[in-house]
Design a protein around this ligand. Structure first.
Ligand code: GLY
Length: 332
């Protein structure tokens, strides 16, 4: 890594020297572009292919001069409202007692943050999380308290599980009696949407929302509502979010770790890889242990890394819209 850093420093130094006779604004953009991606222009990234539709909504906000916080909230609301999505929002899978409990958190450029956990019967947990951030003195509300707060704030009730999910659950219940069955997360079954955005003012925000591990024990919280695990934003440095097996991500305070590594000078890509390596080093059994990180730094450079292959993320900027496969440590 030291060598990587030195190479990067030399590259930037040479670019800077070569460009010293050019307009300083253009020079700074060109110097930045010697990294993955340069920019003072808005960028939004989000986990999995459900991120494509979510990014469109976020981009609508960013491209019209809106702020990153509004962008990430608008973006992930699309996924939360998608009844065909089995791992986020209204169409999410239930816990093993048949209740769909939703987790979400949001964080802005001033390190304000809000979170809800085990929230049942409300369509947009991300907006409830934002209301916790903006309207209370707290960061996190869970369970019945979170629901009561949402209702008091005027959020509409919804009925979950939706009929298709209820039917799947009834079938699962007949076939599965093993309480501690190994997780099957992210292999074919995508989970959390995490979204990170940089706006035209150079401010970062992030959002993260999920129905969590299907058939989890009642009361279980994953990484997604936990600031520092599923999401972390530090406007001086960058932002990161996570998807995958929440228990493993919590153990290393994953998203915070990624941001702190970027603070030390690692690129978003290097930081995500190092966080994944830390997860790998902490677990003897990696069977089905898929975890993925996504990061965006203050200059609009992005990176990602996952334990296993199969993780992808949606990227949107003024000049590029893409679904990108993340690098990984090993094959399934
Ligand atoms: N990453 C989502 C969860 O573990 O709940």
């Amino acid at each position: 890594m030291e060598n990587n850093k030195r190479r990067r420093f030399l590259k930037l130094g040479l670019a800077g020297a070569a460009l010293s006779f050019i307009d300083p604004f253009k020079a700074s953009k060109l110097i930045a572009s010697t990294e993955n991606r340069l920019t003072s222009s808005p960028v939004v990234i989000s986990t999995w292919n459900h991120g494509i539709a979510a990014n469109k909504a976020a981009w609508e906000v960013l491209s019209n001069g809106g702020n990153a916080l509004d962008a990430v909230e608008s973006g992930v609301r699309v996924t939360e409202a998608d009844v065909s999505n089995r791992s986020v929002g209204i169409g999410g899978m239930p816990d093993r007692s048949g209740h769909v409990t939703l987790d979400a958190c949001i964080m802005d450029e001033n390190s304000n943050c809000g979170s809800v956990g085990c929230l049942e019967g409300i369509e947009h947990p991300i907006s409830v999380a934002r209301a916790v951030m903006e309207k209370t003195q707290h960061v996190m509300l869970v369970g019945d308290g979170a629901k009561q707060f949402a209702l008091d704030q005027g959020f509409q009730k919804i009925k979950t599980p939706i009929p298709e999910v209820k039917a799947e659950y009834q079938k699962w219940k007949k076939e599965n009696k093993d309480l501690f069955k190994k997780p099957e997360i992210n292999h074919e079954n995508h989970d959390t949407i995490g979204m990170l955005a940089l706006d035209a003012n150079g401010n970062l925000s992030g959002a993260c929302t999920t129905s969590g591990w299907a058939y989890k024990l009642p009361g279980r919280l994953g990484d997604s509502p936990i600031i520092g695990a599923g999401l972390f934003v530090d406007n001086e440095v960058g932002a990161a979010c996570a998807t995958g097996l929440g228990e493993a991500i919590i153990r290393i305070a994953g998203s915070h770790t990624v941001v702190e590594l970027m603070r030390q000078g690692y690129t978003p890509q290097e930081a995500c890889k190092m966080a994944v390596e830390r997860i790998i080093s902490k677990h003897k059994d990696l069977t089905n242990l898929q975890c993925c990180f996504l990061a965006l730094d203050k200059n609009g450079n992005v990176g990602s890394f996952s334990v296993y292959n199969g993780f992808n993320y949606a990227y949107t900027s003024a000049d590029k819209e893409a679904l990108i496969d993340a690098p990984f440590d090993r094959n399934w």
